[in-house]
Design a protein around this ligand. Structure first.
Ligand SMILES: O=C(O)C(=O)C[C@@H](O)[C@H](O)[C@H](O)COP(=O)(O)O
Length: 377
């Protein structure tokens, strides 16, 4: 498919992945134009849309209309909202629906929703007929700046987060920024945590920019599109260099080892913790753990915590409502992390703001002592 031409108020990010190259188009009003301008230009004539109850109620009809007007036959499946939807049972339901609709390799599975829907639908698209076309229409901030880009798909198991999945790159990502106005403040903040992550990985100037401009990002001025585009470009640069996470891509996991463990230990209960909140706490913990190992100054951890808490994100384990998960349960989840090599833990640590690095062979005893210390503070 030829690259879409961005309008003046839109931004385009290209992922140069050879025969798996694709574009991310960012701007307002893309859902209503999705069929004619974009998806009907892919080769297939059929589409299976996967969405959730909240997003479907608002955006399924305009998307269906846009596809049908342009001759793409579309069917849809609407699933419950929440992280628990990323289950084996729902994977079975989605693959069954896609096969019932006779979606062929050139037809498309379309994920219309946040990270949960994108990960689940992407996994189904990656395994049905060993791979059919996949279009991401991310409707949460988190999905627009992170999960819709880069091809990681998957579901959770009782052993931990995203432990079953495949890499399956989308053919197109349409990030309609108008939909962000309908997100709850909590959901918007959770996505913002992933934006902050890119500054903390290797863009100290971006973190500094966010400290100064976060209010405009939240209010929806041009800074919002700027922050989304910078984030997508940051992720694209890493993914193009290391698509299968054999090295540098692990940096995108900053805050996720602790974050995923907290999500698993709180049973993916969104009334207690959502993914972006886990990442926010995880990033603070990663900076504090780096300070404990004398790699970074405690002032950096304090600065990260100050910014995240200024925007209203949780930064401490005890900010999670309910009982604190026992350290042993967190350690069990950490032991299942996908970055573990030869049974040894890998963490994304830092030498300061924007100076993250991949640390192999981190002793589990150090992590355990650190978490115990945090609990007893
Ligand atoms: O795309 C990546 O690579 C990331 O690690 C981005 C993360 O923010 C994202 O949450 C990802 O889905 C986590 O991947 P996982 O491999 O730790 O399950």
């Amino acid at each position: 498919m030829n690259a879409p031409s961005p309008r003046p108020n839109e931004r385009l990010v290209h992922l140069a992945l050879g025969d798996r190259a694709y574009d991310i188009l960012i701007g307002p009003g893309l859902i209503a134009r999705a069929g004619g301008e974009f998806i009907s230009r892919l080769k297939g004539r059929r589409a299976a849309i996967i969405t959730d109850e909240n997003v479907g109620a608002r955006y399924l009809s305009p998307l269906m209309d846009s596809l049908q007007t342009d001759g793409v036959e579309a069917v849809s499946l609407t699933l419950p909202v929440g992280e628990k939807t990323k289950s084996f049972d729902n994977l079975a339901a989605v693959t069954d629906m896609v096969l019932s609709a006779r979606i062929e390799r050139n037809d498309a599975v379309i994920a219309l929703g946040g990270g949960v829907i994108g990960d689940l639908a992407g996994f189904a698209a990656g395994i049905v007929r060993r791979g059919v076309r996949f279009v991401q229409i991310p409707t949460s901030l988190l999905a627009q700046v992170d999960s819709s880009v880069g091809g990681k798909t998957g579901i959770n198991t009782r052993h931990g987060k995203n432990l079953l999945g495949v890499f399956h790159q989308p053919d197109l990502v349409l990030a309609d920024t108008a939909v962000l106005d309908s997100l709850s403040p909590r959901e918007f903040r959770a996505g913002y945590a992933e934006i902050v992550k890119y500054g903390l990985i290797d863009k100290p100037y971006f973190f500094h920019w966010l400290e100064r401009h976060w209010k405009q990002v939240f209010e929806g001025g041009p800074e919002r599109i700027e922050a989304i585009a910078v984030s997508c470009q940051a992720k694209a640069d890493v993914v193009v260099e290391d698509e299968r996470e054999t090295g540098r891509r692990a940096l995108l996991n900053l805050g996720h080892t602790f974050g995923h463990a907290l999500e698993a230990a709180t049973a993916y209960d969104s009334s207690r913790l959502v993914h972006g909140e886990g990442v926010a706490i995880g990033m603070v913990l990663a900076h504090r753990f780096s300070a404990r190992l004398n790699l970074a100054s405690p002032d950096d951890a304090a600065r990260v915590a100050a910014h995240l808490s200024e925007v209203g994100l949780p930064t401490e384990m005890w900010d999670i409502p309910g009982e604190l998960p026992p350290t042993e349960i967190l350690m069990e989840a950490i032991a299942q992390d996908k970055k573990v090599k030869g049974g040894k833990l890998t963490f994304i640590l830092t030498r300061g703001i924007g100076q993250s690095f991949v640390a192999d062979e981190v002793p589990a005893s150090e992590v355990m002592a650190f978490l115990e210390g945090m609990r007893n503070q």
